[in-house]
Design a protein around this ligand. Structure first.
Ligand SMILES: Cc1cc2nc3c(=O)[nH]c(=O)nc-3n(C[C@H](O)[C@H](O)[C@H](O)COP(=O)(O)O)c2cc1C
Length: 205
């Protein structure tokens, strides 16, 4: 491969674009789209979101230290974009985007009813990094739409048709290419991505 070196920038793609809901002490709530979100710890279950100080939501996050991460689906792509280009300073995004509030169990921050997965989060630490403040938070509860569970209560997340975001564009997830550990599983078919790469002549010798 012939590569060009670019100046430092973030190219960690694709990522999940999430809808983060938050609320101030007066009980006014808002939402914003966040692409700089990440899984950071399994036990305790923790995630991070990076939010610029100038976002209307930032003050709410600082005030209560509580938020909900709501996972949008393909059919919410327009709402996901709009929540990320309009500010709650000027409009009520719940009304504008026709999204409905659902009560959580651990916090008073409303969850987005139309999103099939919601995580109630409590901020543990705020790190001022530069353009963004990183909110490190513990996940207090996960809510999953029961239509995504099979008869044994196993989550079939692929059914949710979640969104991906890559370098300014929204995508659906596409076909399943394998499952965790498939590459070393006994009896697994030998035809892997590597075989495909060979065919196209790009595999390292
Ligand atoms: C796809 C997408 C991803 C975004 N990711 C972030 C992010 O990670 N952090 C952030 O501070 N703003 C992000 N934004 C911008 C905010 O969502 C946007 O400024 C929003 O209007 C802020 O809303 P608020 O002023 O009501 O808080 C993103 C916007 C889009 C469309």
């Amino acid at each position: 491969m012939a590569k060009e070196m670019w100046k430092p920038g973030n190219m960690l793609y694709p990522v999940p674009p999430v809808l983060v809901t938050c609320q101030n002490k007066k009980g006014e709530s808002n939402m914003l789209t966040v692409a700089w979100a990440g899984t950071v710890c399994s036990t305790p279950a923790m995630l991070s979101i990076s939010v610029r100080k100038e976002r209307y939501s930032h003050a709410m996050l600082m005030e209560t230290g509580e938020f909900v991460v709501n996972l949008p689906t393909e059919d919410l792509v327009r709402e996901t974009d709009e929540a990320g280009v309009r500010s709650g300073r000027n409009i009520n995004k719940w009304e504008k985007l026709h999204l409905h509030q659902e009560e959580g169990k651990m916090l008073s921050v409303p969850m987005i009813s139309e999103c099939p997965v919601n995580m109630e989060c409590k901020v543990k630490q705020v790190l001022e990094l530069g353009s963004h403040d990183l909110f490190l938070a513990e996940i207090l509860a996960v809510h999953v739409d029961s239509s995504l569970l099979d008869e044994k209560k196993r989550l079939q997340l692929e059914k949710a048709k979640l969104l991906a975001y890559s370098h300014g564009q929204y995508f659906g997830l596409g076909k399943v290419l394998g499952s965790f550990g498939f590459s070393v599983r006994k009896g697994a078919k030998k035809k892997t991505a590597g075989t495909e790469r060979k065919k196209h002549g790009s595999r390292r010798k």
